[in-house]
Design a protein around this ligand. Structure first.
Ligand SMILES: *Cc1c(COP(=O)(O)O)cnc(C)c1O
Length: 358
């Protein structure tokens, strides 16, 4: 009975399947391998011991956090929205702009939420392809053609792209923004700390441009579920119409703000992971049967001979990476998050053992 009650377009959804098995090394979700900075943990425990007022609802507008972010980015705090992960902001954007039959264009292969949130809102998702024969490069022409043809409410660009790791240049993104004036352009910069390419400065000039950022990756706070958007005030006001009250817990607001003030340690962590990424790219390229895609993020996409067997054997060793469906453009590919030197070394050793006995 329940099955029949589910909206038909949602019935075919596959529940999000995170690997919850015990593991030795977890390189499957692009999380940071670093613990919270000690200073932050100390301040957080002092906050909890004092009186965190958890009996009260949190600040519904995350004012202090948004002020700290506005200062960090030299942006207008009225144009910043904090979300329960940037995932929530993707949902809100769909809910505000996409009605029955409205179109959304989004890259493939990329992050699955762009499509799902559109379908849940009742819209029509239209993919634009990143060319697998050209290292999954973005093409501004393809996006502009999609815009002309579909007249979408929303255009997504994931930069750097998850899971392929490549980037679209700032110039190309801005050319899309200049051309596609009648759509909301969402640039998802979940991994931008690892490449320093951002279009945040342009939200002042382009009222249809919105940038998504998150504390889940470079800032090492996937556990608190906090992300944010930066746009002009008008666009933020529109999205806020659908935002549930009290959407960020007070502990999350406080923790995010604390981490934002530990700029030096975060910077060091990012530099460390970038160095490890470059090391891994080099070493992976030397392993038999592995083809490496360039990456500007904290993960690396590889194509592996006999991928499902390699993936299975890594799992048996307690090493988790992300594999993809057989039918997709990513058939035979795995995405490996960059970990600590020690984790990466163990992973590389196991992978080469598997590949040379394959
Ligand atoms: C991880 C990720 C996010 C966001 O995650 P939250 O934890 O919800 O902030 C957004 N976009 C992409 C492409 C991601 O990979």
């Amino acid at each position: 009975m329940i099955e029949k009650l589910i909206r038909s377009e949602i019935r075919s959804f596959i529940p999000y399947n995170a690997n919850q098995q015990p593991y030795k090394i977890k390189l499957d979700a692009n999380e940071s391998p670093f613990n919270l900075p000690l200073k932050v943990r100390e301040k957080l425990s002092a906050f909890i011991l004092e009186n965190p007022q958890l009996n009260l609802y949190p600040d519904t507008d995350s004012i202090q956090l948004r002020q700290a972010l506005a200062e960090h980015w030299d942006a207008d705090e009225q144009g910043i929205i904090a979300g329960t992960g940037s995932d929530q902001l993707i949902q809100l954007i769909s809910n505000v702009f996409v009605g029955t039959g409205d179109k959304v264009i989004y890259p493939v292969p990329s992050f699955g939420m762009y499509r799902d949130s559109c379908v849940i809102a009742g819209g029509v998702p239209v993919q634009y392809l990143l060319n697998p024969n050209k290292k999954f490069e973005y093409s501004k022409e393809t996006i502009i053609e999609g815009y002309e043809k579909e007249q979408p409410k929303i255009i997504y660009i994931c930069n750097p792209n998850n899971p392929t790791g490549n980037i679209m240049s700032r110039e190309d993104i801005m050319e899309v923004a200049r051309h596609c004036r009648n759509s909301v352009i969402v640039v998802d910069e979940a991994y931008a700390e690892f490449c320093d390419v951002t279009v945040i400065p342009y939200v002042k000039e382009y009222e249809n441009l919105l940038v998504l950022r998150t504390f889940s990756k470079a800032y090492g706070l996937a556990g608190i579920r906090c992300g944010y958007s930066i746009s002009c005030r008008k666009l933020a006001d529109a999205i806020n119409l659908a935002r549930p009250p009290y959407n960020i817990s007070s502990l999350s607001q406080y923790t995010a703000q604390l981490v934002l003030s530990e700029k030096e340690e975060i910077r060091e962590n990012i530099a460390y992971l970038i160095a490890q990424r470059e090391r891994m790219k080099g070493e992976l390229a030397g392993i038999k049967g592995i083809e490496v895609y360039n990456s500007y993020a904290n993960f690396i996409l590889v194509k592996a001979d006999n991928c499902s067997e390699v993936y299975k054997r890594l799992c048996e060793k307690g090493i988790f990476v992300r594999a993809f469906g057989h039918a997709s453009l990513l058939a035979g590919c795995m995405r490996i998050s960059v970990g600590t030197y020690e984790q990466n070394t163990i992973f590389l050793d196991e992978l080469s053992t598997i590949c040379y006995n394959n």
